[in-house]
Design a protein around this ligand. Structure first.
Ligand code: AMP
Length: 285
């Protein structure tokens, strides 16, 4: 069932809770692909009832980012969700989420601001305020849906770490489940933003997963020096690649390391064809 209003969702959830059903939430910005569907599958295996939110959240986009052109495919999303047994697709308007009018600033709106240590690195460095917007919308969704479980992709590894931190710090009664990255056969991590890539760009984008796989295989061959591991990336880069970051940090805390170990994660952000792409890999698995 497709619902646009918060009160409608709350009313259905209330009935489910009375019946003792467990509820799973899969937050998305729509333009659903197999990555999203893997989260939905895991949610179906874990919970009695599934809510997928489908909302391009304006407050997590910076002024020069792609909010206006972000792909919006609600009809197709609903069809996919219906086929996969999703109980509610919640697709609110921005007014429904944040109130009528132009209230999208922290002058007038309460924001959830995750700790500086977690946001002043990786994606948070170039996307000022992004994780405030993410945490704010996710906490609102948690309050509306009151899920027992919420499902997030490792694709956005920093996001999951920050959401787990928020849930722990604010005592939110929800269990966060992280699901593995779904890739094309080529290795390219699925993303709604891949729609922006030309055929040529898609080929150039393979460099992200190649760099990460190569770092992992070097690590497995015994190279642990982080600077040396990062240097292995250069041979893959061409003038088509505008690298934003390549880091190897602790997979649970995001702490920098000089030596990689089995708890390390390598993360990359790179612009290809003007499209900002991210990817990551655990070195120890
Ligand atoms: P988005 O719609 O991009 O905000 O993503 C919604 C959720 O789907 C987030 O938890 C993402 O991490 C997850 N996700 C996006 N791409 C993938 C992927 N390729 N594999 C697994 N999960 C993904």
């Amino acid at each position: 069932m497709l619902l646009h209003r918060i009160e409608e969702v709350k009313s259905v959830i209330k009935d489910w809770k009375k019946e003792g059903f467990t509820v799973g939430l899969v937050p998305t910005m729509g333009a659903l692909h197999a990555g999203h569907m893997s989260l939905i599958k895991k949610a179906k295996e874990t919970c009695d009832k599934i809510v997928v939110s489908d909302f391009v959240n304006p407050i997590q986009f910076g002024p020069s980012e792609d909010f206006d052109k972000y792909p919006r495919t609600l009809d197709a999303d609903v069809e996919l969700c219906n086929k996969d047994g999703v109980d509610i697709v919640f697709a609110p308007s921005a007014n429904e989420m944040y109130g009528e009018g132009n209230k999208l600033s922290n002058d007038v709106l309460t924001y959830v601001c995750p700790p500086f240590f977690y946001v002043n690195t990786l994606c948070g460095k170039s996307r000022t305020g992004h994780f405030d917007g993410v945490c704010t919308v996710v906490l609102k969704l948690f309050n509306i849906v009151q899920p027992d479980y919420a499902f997030f992709g490792q694709k956005d590894a920093q996001q999951v770490i920050i959401i787990k931190k928020m849930v722990s710090d604010l005592n939110v009664p929800v269990q966060i489940i992280q699901c593995p990255i779904v890739r094309e056969e080529s290795g390219l991590a699925l993303s709604s933003r891949n729609k922006y890539l030309s055929e040529e760009g898609k080929k150039d984008a393979l460099v992200l997963s190649k760099i990460l796989n190569n770092i992992k295989s070097c690590y497995q061959k015994g190279i642990t020096d982080v600077s040396a591991l990062k240097e292995t990336a250069y041979k893959f880069l061409t003038d088509k690649h505008d690298m934003e970051y390549l880091e190897i940090v602790d997979k649970n805390t995001l702490e920098d390391k000089s030596e990689a170990d089995n708890n390390s994660i390598a993360l990359i952000a790179c612009r290809v064809d003007g499209v900002r792409l991210i990817d990551n890999i655990y070195l120890g698995e």
